[in-house]
Design a binder for this molecule. Sequence first.
Ligand SMILES: *Cc1c(COP(=O)(O)O)cnc(C)c1O
Length: 490
Amino acid sequence: MRNKHATQLIFELSTTGRSGVVLPECDVPVEDIKQLIPASLLQSQRPALPEVTEPEVIRHFTNLSTLNMSVDTHYYPLGSCTMKYNPKRNERIAAWDGFAQLHPYQSEGSLQGILQLLCDLQQMLAEISGLPAVSLQPAAGAHGELAALMVAAAYFSELGEKRTKVLAPDSAHGTNPASARMAGFDFITIRSQADGRVDLEHLKENLGDDTAVFMITNPSTLGLFDDQVEMIAELVHNTGGLIYLDGANMNAILGITRPGDFGADMMHFNPHKTFSGPHGGGGPGAGPICVTETLRPYLPSPAVSFCEETQTYYLDQGSEKSIGRVRSFFGNVGVLVRAYCYIRTHGPDGLKRVSETAVLNANYLLSLVKEFLEVPHGDRCMHEFVASAMPVREATGLKQPAMDIAKRLLDYGFHPPTVYFPLTVAEGMMMEPTETESKQTLDAFAETLRAIVEQSAETLHNAPHTTGIRRPDEVMAARQPIVKWTKTAD
Ligand SMILES: *Cc1c(COP(=O)(O)O)cnc(C)c1O
C-alpha cells in the first residue's frame, strides 16, 4: 500500500508553530515600513502558509511524486498521445543556461544561436511535412489547428470567397470541431465506412462552394492509413477547399510519406508526441504548423528568417496578410529545442526507423490482443489500433468494461490505453505502444490484459484496488475542478 500521507495536502499536515526555515530578523524598523508602504497595501494578517518541518516537506513531495504514473516509471500505451520515452540528453540540453536563461527581449544580435536553431527546425519540419512554409508559434496541436484555420479564413477572405464550413470524419479528435468553431466556421461530421476509411459518398454530398477545409487525421485515430487521401484531396481541391492534416499521428509515417505529397495544404506537428517532448497533465507542448507556398503570406508573424546579405538570423515581421501573433515571443521554445535535438539525433534514416518500429510494435501487440479482445478494424494497423471490450461486456454484464479494465491495469503497474475514443468504436481501447518499448514489455502487458479480462465483474468494477486514490468523480473533476486549497474556519 502506498503512503497515506502522500494523498493529504501539505496544508492538512500543518501544525501551528512548526517551521522548516530559520530567517534572520527583519532589519527594517516596522515604523519605516509603515512609512514606505501605503497602509492599504500592508497585510494585516500572516499569510496562511503550511507550517511543517523540512523532513515533512521532503517526505510529502517525494511521496506525492510516486503516486503518478509516467513514461519514466511505467509502460504507457495511451493511444493518440504517443507516450514515447523522452531521452534525458534532450532534457539536459534544453536546460543549458544558453537556452534556459535567454530572455526574449534580448537584442537579435545576442540571440543568434537560438534563432539559428529555430530557423533550422522550421526547415526540418518543412522537409518532413513536404510543406514549405512554417510557423513555430502555436503552443499545442489544438492551437496549431486553430491558427491554421485562421490562416485558411484569411486566405478565403482575401479571395473574396464566403466559405463557412469545415468538415472532418467522425473518428476525428475533439479538438478538430472545437478549433473549427473557434475559428468561426460551422462544423460538419463526415461518416466513416465500416472499414474505418472516409465515406466518400457522404463527403461528396457535403462538399460545395461553401467548403473551406476538410480536416483529416492520417493515419487516423483508428491507426489506419486512409489510402483514398489523394482522391479526397482532389475532390476538395476541385471545389476550391483546402486539406488540413491533423499531424498527431506523424509517428507512423516519418520519412515514409509526406502530407504535402498526399495533398495536404496545411498541417500541425505535435513535437511533444512525435519528437519526444515530455507531456501529460496539460502541457507543455507546441504545435508548429506547415503550409503551402500559397498560404505562406497568411502565417502568424513573426517567423525566424536568415538574411543572406548580413549572414544573420532575424525575426521576419511577415506580410500584411499575416494573421499576426498567436503566441507571445517565439513559441514554446523549450519544447522546440527538444524536438530539434530529437530530429538531429535520428537524422532522416533514424526517423524512418522510428516510424517502422512504432508500426511493428503496434502490429505485434495487435496480434496478441486480438486473441482475447475484438479488434474491429482488421489484422493490420499503423502505429496504434483500437480494440473493443464488447466481448467482456457480453461475458460479465459490466456496463463500461473498457473503463473497468483500464482501472484494473493500474493495479498491475500499467498506464491504461485511451478509452472511449474514437467514438466510433463501442467500448474502445486505443493502444499505442510506440517504438521505445521492448518485446518483453509488450508481452507482459498483453499477458496482464489477458488475465484481467477473465477476472470477475466485481473485481473489475471495484478496481483499482491498490492505488492511493481509487475512482475520482471524473464529471465533477471536469465541471467543478477544485484546483486550490481554501482555508476553512477552524
Ligand atoms: C493530441 C491530439 C490533438 C491535439 O494536440 P494537443 O497538442 O494535445 O493540443 C489533435 N488531434 C489528435 C488526433 C491528437 O491525438
